[in-house]
Design a protein around this ligand. Structure first.
Ligand SMILES: *[C@@H]1O[C@H](CO)[C@@H](O)[C@H](O)[C@H]1NC(C)=O
Ligand SMILES: *[C@@H]1O[C@H](CO)[C@@H](O)[C@H](O)[C@H]1NC(C)=O
Ligand SMILES: *[C@@H]1O[C@H](CO)[C@@H](O)[C@H](O)[C@H]1NC(C)=O
Ligand SMILES: [Zn+2]
Length: 503
């Protein structure tokens, strides 16, 4: 099996302009050794910032072959390391055709349930792998899973030391910045592309020309993670309500509340619904609501479009979708942001199935590789475009993904019929018609592309007077894509570059 160090994700070389940034980003993933405490099973109580690495180390001690602990490139404002534990049969490496998944919790320091849930999830994955649980073993063999219990340990400390029930204290980081408003606002760029009829809705980072506030260390650390690891699916764990929230988070018109559909609305609804329906109460219409108005999201299946609830700019969820191949949703795990320790065991039971079922969704749709048909070389950074042709439809899904370093790609899709096309400079575009089935807990269906270099095609076309009109048409489209790409490269990204390297 081919394996590559996680540091070399294909996303980093997507455009030459981005290479500068990615070069600077290439130094996180320091291996971490913390003293392991003997693990008498993980207790249901709130664990402090010193205990996080100890618990992860004890999981690693029990499951050394399938785990790795690492810290991100930046520390929190108050100097605390940001820990991640990875589960994989090749820890530290991306494996061909294996999707990468992440959960990040406690981004708002006073929303603490996700933090405890991820510690318990790490413990559970290890124990169940060792105990021979076939479903968990299969999941870990097919998926590289990254769990980050706390993105905001400073906020957690403040919240824990003061009033744990305050709606705001500890939410922000130690510079009083709300990290879920601190990501570059790619929604704005995407909406202005839409207005200019520029058909470009992915990998928008190089179009960033201004930032509304300095990027915080915790944000920068996660941005680097997102740029380096070719994530396919993720979720961002919060509290304060009970609902699975999906893109877009920012409203198209600027209205405070307005349903704002992304091109993958159907897929995102499926993803959010997967969590909601496998959670004990999230989708229950009879439960009570959380807010002052008592509104109960269970009445709408436990899911909501982000902007339909309230519009947010600079959030992590949309940043993932618009800067990388990743699809992310935001999970609000309960009315209480800081539940009592005595509620934690029940909350774990409420969420356990949903947490696992959601990770399996990294395997919906199609995946495969893109290679040069002549040399067999992998072709990273190839654009994978999808058209929905289910039941007589003929609709382009205007959000492309790209192949990563070994030419491997993943395209999450709901069941249906699709035409999947691979576009790359210098090659003839190639389409495959596929039918995607609902196949729970199975690997995604393989759809591979072997692209013909255009030079060879031109030569054989010269000796063949018959011209293929369909081919001409797709070739023009490739040219147009090239022009758009060149325009994009001209956008000012220097400010962004400065900010990420000096803040
Ligand atoms: C880890 O792998 C080694 C070598 O394959 C094996 O001997 C050992 O039993 C494994 N340990 C665990 C905890 O699975
Ligand atoms: C920063 O952290 C210190 C130490 O925990 C705390 O006293 C202070 O209130 C914090 N400031 C903010 C703005 O969170
Ligand atoms: C494609 O269309 C079918 C039929 O309308 C729908 O069920 C499916 O969710 C669509 N797929 C995507 C990815 O939008
Ligand atoms: Zn939150």
């Amino acid at each position: 099996m081919m394996a590559h160090k996680g540091e070399h994700s294909g996303q980093c070389s997507f455009l030459t302009a981005a290479i500068v940034i990615c070069g600077m980003l290439a130094t996180f993933h320091s291996e971490t050794k913390a003293a392991a405490i003997p693990a008498p099973g993980l207790e249901f109580r709130h664990h402090n910032n010193e205990e996080i690495p100890q618990i992860l180390a004890s999981v690693h001690a029990r499951c050394p072959n399938i785990t790795r602990i690492y810290t991100l490139s930046e520390r929190s404002v108050r100097g605390l390391p940001l820990y991640v534990i990875e589960f994989s049969t090749t820890p530290g490496y991306h494996q061909l055709y294996h999707p990468e998944f992440k959960y990040i919790a406690n981004m708002h320091g006073n929303e603490v349930l996700g933090r405890e849930l991820l510690l318990h999830l790490a413990n559970y994955l290890c124990e169940h792998f060792l105990a021979g649980d076939h479903d968990i073993q299969k999941l870990i063999k097919l998926t590289r899973i990254h769990l980050m219990p706390s993105m905001n340990p400073d906020g957690w400390q403040l919240s824990t030391d003061t009033d744990r029930n305050d709606y705001l204290v500890g939410r922000a980081n130690n510079n009083s910045v709300d990290l879920n408003r601190n990501f570059p606002d790619l929604d704005r760029i995407m909406f202005s592309n839409e207005e200019a009829h520029v058909n470009h809705n992915n990998h928008l980072l190089e179009q960033v020309d201004r930032l509304k506030e300095p990027i915080q260390p915790e944000t920068k650390a996660v941005m680097r993670l997102i740029m380096q690891v070719p994530f396919v699916l993720s979720a961002n764990l919060h509290g304060g309500d009970l609902v699975a929230n999906y893109p877009y988070d920012a409203s198209r018109s600027g209205a405070m509340t307005e349903y704002t559909e992304s091109p993958d609305d159907q897929t995102f609804r499926h993803l959010a619904m997967t969590y909601a329906t496998h959670h004990k109460n999230m989708a229950n219409p009879k439960r009570s609501g959380c807010g002052d108005d008592g509104y109960n999201f269970g009445k709408q299946g436990g899911i909501t479009n982000g902007a339909a609830w309230y519009s947010v700019q600079g959030g992590m969820q949309d940043f993932n979708y618009l800067s990388s191949n990743d699809f992310e949703i935001t999970l609000e795990l309960g009315c209480d942001k800081y539940p009592l320790a005595s509620a934690l065991q029940e909350e774990w039971e409420n969420n356990k199935k949903a947490l696992i079922q959601y990770m399996w969704q990294a395997h919906i749709g199609v995946k495969g590789h893109v290679r040069d048909a002549v040399t067999g070389q992998p072709l990273p950074n190839t654009i994978i475009h999808v058209k929905n042709v289910t039941a007589g439809r003929n609709d382009d899904i205007l959000h492309d993904v790209t192949s990563v370093h070994d030419g491997d790609y993943w395209r999450l899709l709901t069941p249906g019929q699709y035409i999947v096309t691979a576009y790359r400079d210098g090659y003839q575009p190639l389409s495959h018609r596929v039918r995607v089935y609902d196949r729970p807990h199975m690997e995604a269906q393989r759809v591979d592309f072997h692209l013909q270099p255009l030079l060879q095609l031109m030569q054989s076309a010269n000796s063949d007077s018959k011209s293929d009109s369909e081919y001409e048409e797709t070739y023009d489209e490739t040219m147009r894509n090239n022009i758009v790409n060149k325009l994009q490269k001209k956008w000012l990204f220097n400010k962004y570059k400065e900010s990420i390297s000096t803040n």
